[in-house]
Unconditional design. Sequence first.
Length: 95
Amino acid sequence: MIRPSENLRDYRDSSPHTQKEIAEIMGVTPKTVSLLMNGKCRITVRLAKGLEVVFKRPAHFWLNLQQNWDLGDKSEVSGDDGRLISYKKDIQGLG
């Protein structure tokens, strides 16, 4: 499974825009774009709409990438209280 950030970097690399320009177009900070490109933050609806403007791909494309990654990521699951927990470390406590 490919991380959304890998896909984003491919689009960035083929774009005429710098990361700073991408941030300006999206209306976010360059740090936010850096976090996105490095897989350190999720693609939210707001970010997906900005990515749509920059890369001319519909917002649902970006949201689907994130959702598919989230559904396939077995390293973390939500506990009963909604907290993310480590799958390998805490899975015994769920059952």
